[in-house]
Ligand binder design. Structure first.
Ligand code: ADP
Ligand code: MG
Ligand code: ZN
Length: 634
């Protein structure tokens, strides 16, 4: 089905080919090598020419012996008469019969007509979606050809856990329906490029053994308005006939960008496509047993409408792997490669912080190439080193090379957030600390609330500010110098403080009044909602500053008193790169963590998948912030 939309286009190409062929065949009888007129004259005068065909100014010359050739008349009127004198047989043909020229004149016309036909087909099918042009290009990947399984994906255990549920459902939907469970419509995978999102989607298909329709967001975005929308409808039409099944939309940001925000003042085609997608997602009920899995590395640009309940309400983070994950990924891709016994994959994993799965696969491949170039029979550690340097120095990597000193600073910064979250009574407990870079963040601390909160107490808000400021405070305590890494922290802290003053009446000086009207939009506070005087604005600013300053001194003191604990966390963090809640708790209770070298893989604690954890230092925008709710420090 997939190729049919091009039929019109193919016909056009065939016509063009024919035209060009005819053109090249024009004057078919005059084929032969082109020689100079002087050469021709020499031959003629020597009496070696048998016959000459004259066509316009072109001469086809046939010698008594040897190949025929072509030449052009130097001086048309006179020459002709002299040919006969040398014993050649002269035959003159009418010059006008040149099909080639005619074809060349027709070519642009034919092209125009072909293009018009192509255009009209596109528009027509966009209207009703029945003509083949609007058919989706989804590729059907069935059990036979998706032999990727979960065991082929490593280092993204949390994402795998989340997706396991999808697999379980698709394997036996009846079981879930019997219990009255409403299964998720859409699962959105987000993570940096090369972290294995597409790979993971294929593994879901391989595990679930159900039809798997895969399409890329860019396939929807066409030049002609309406085609993308028709493709969406067709895709779902097909999917509904094949339930239970998975529809995988890769790189959904191509269609799912926020509407009305594009630079060129809106893109009708994309908006129509997005609308069609939303309509389809709302349209099918749970008994359809279709699960839509989408992937993006730009969740920040997605239209919030996509993330609403009943749509992509389940979000799965596919992060860059930590040192243990990298080792496991290396293990997977080392299968089938001849590695020397001296190779230690853990060592390789250690020297490749910031590498994602695709980089690691690339690294092993480069190493094999290096070894082959040296005519070795196996890959040696030196080859891996060389390959790592090469991948590191690649253009997109250079910006992510982290020095040991930088890594240490990041570790202190994140340890500061984590320790503050642990020590402050009203702060949310630590869920995960990592110094694996993610997006523009060098590391982050993830906190999880104990229970869902719709409102926050003043003490909890102050502690949130404290946790946000703790990163910078630690840098100052431990290095006597500060970095630019706390920019986002300050924004969070200031945001909370400002709201406390202007919205929640928590300032003693200003009292219990709401100073900001309007609401929160997705993009932050509305401009132009100020309803107070210049003086009040000044008081607000000074109140905000007071809150921040007070919290900063408080947290600085607290961390200073616990410098030793801070150092311990940093050492463990530098060794492991990521600490999960249970490991962090052991550390805080004064326990020892086994060195990763002599331990079995660590069980990752179960997480309620619907709630997206919030993080410190996370640059990705929180997809949805219900208005009026407490702004999480994220
Ligand atoms: P993304 O879609 O996130 O940009 P891909 O899934 O296309 O990344 O990954 C590219 C390749 O890198 C995959 O085909 C796979 O071989 C390898 N890869 C990436 N991540 C992993 C992983 N976590 N485990 C194993 N291989 C991986
Ligand atoms: Mg991909
Ligand atoms: Zn920070």
């Amino acid at each position: 089905m997939g190729r049919v939309p091009y039929r019109g286009f193919l016909i056009a190409i065939v016509i063009i080919g024919l035209v060009v062929f005819i053109a090249s065949q024009s004057g078919g009888r005059s084929r032969g090598e082109v020689r100079s007129y002087t050469y021709f004259q020499e031959q003629l005068e020597a009496g070696r020419i048998s016959s000459i065909q004259v066509k316009g100014t072109k001469l086809l010359v046939i010698p008594h012996v040897g190949e025929r050739f072509v030449t052009h008349l130097a001086n048309p009127p006179d020459d002709l008469t002299t040919f006969g004198a040398h014993g050649a047989d002269v035959e003159a043909l009418p010059p006008g019969q040149n099909w080639g020229n005619l074809a060349l004149y027709l070519l642009p016309v034919l092209l125009m007509v072909g293009f018009l036909i192509y255009l009209m087909r596109g528009v027509r099918s966009g209207g009703d979606g029945t003509v083949s042009f609007g058919k989706s290009r989804a590729r059907l990947v069935t059990e036979e050809n998706s032999n990727t399984l979960f065991r082929d994906v490593a280092g993204v255990e949390e994402a795998k856990d989340d997706l396991q549920e999808v697999v379980d459902f698709l394997k036996d939907p009846g079981k879930f329906h019997a219990l009255g469970a409403r299964i998720p419509h859409g699962v959105l995978m987000m993570g940096p490029p090369g972290s294995g999102k597409t790979h993971l989607a294929k593994a879901v298909a391989g595990e679930a053994q159900v039809p798997f329709f895969s399409i890329s967001g860019s396939d929807f975005v066409e030049m002609f308005v309406g085609v993308g929308a028709a493709r969406v409808r067709d895709l779902f039409e097909t999917a509904k006939k094949n339930t239970p099944c998975i529809v995988f939309i890769d790189e959904i940001d191509a269609v799912g960008r926020r509407r009305g925000l594009s630079v060129n003042g809106g893109n009708d085609e994309r908006e129509q496509t997005l609308n069609a997608l939303l309509v389809e997602m709302d349209g099918f009920e749970s008994q359809h047993d279709i699960i839509i899995v989408a992937a993006t590395n730009r969740p920040d640009v997605l239209d919030p409408a996509l993330l609403r309940p009943g749509r992509f309400d389940r979000q799965v983070v596919v992060d860059a792997p930590d040192v243990r994950g990298r080792e496991a990924i290396l293990g997977i891709h080392a299968r089938g490669k001849l590695l020397s016994r001296r190779v230690n994959l853990r060592r390789v994993a250690k020297r490749t912080p910031g590498f994602v799965g695709a980089d690691l696969e690339n690294l092993l491949n480069e190493a094999a190439l290096v070894a082959a170039r040296k005519n070795q029979r196996e890959i040696n550690p030196e080859d891996l080193d060389e390959a790592a340097d090469r991948v590191l120095m690649g253009p997109e990597r250079r910006s992510r090379v982290i020095s040991d000193r930088e890594k240490r600073i990041v570790a202190y910064h994140e340890a500061g957030h984590a320790l503050a979250a642990h020590l402050l009574e009203h702060a949310d407990p630590v869920h995960k600390i990592t110094i694996v870079p993610r997006g523009r963040a060098m590391g982050y601390v993830m906190q999880f609330p104990d229970e869902d909160r719709m409102s926050a107490t003043k003490l909890a808000l102050l502690d949130s500010i404290g946790v946000a400021l703790a990163g910078r405070a630690t840098e100052e305590i431990s290095f006597g110098d500060v970095t630019t890494g706390a920019q986002n922290d300050f924004r969070q802290a200031t945001d909370i403080a400002r709201r406390m003053v202007t919205r929640w009446g928590m300032s003693e000086t200003l009292g219990k009044i709401a100073l900001a009207s309007g609401g929160d939009s997705y993009l932050g506070e509305y401009e132009g909602t100020r309803t107070y005087s210049e003086e009040t604005a000044k008081v607000i600013d000074s109140e905000v500053k007071t809150i921040i300053d007070e919290q900063y001194s408080r947290i600085r003191l607290l961390l200073k008193e616990n410098q030793e604990v801070l150092d311990t966390i940093v050492e463990v963090l530098l060794e492991r790169e990521t600490l999960h809640a249970d490991e962090f708790d052991i550390l805080m209770q004064g326990g020892e963590l086994p060195k990763p070298l002599d331990e079995a893989p660590i069980e990752i604690p179960e997480v309620a998948p619907a709630k997206r954890p919030r993080t410190q230092d996370e640059q990705l925008q929180e997809p949805q912030l219900p208005s009026g709710m407490m702004p999480n420090p994220s």
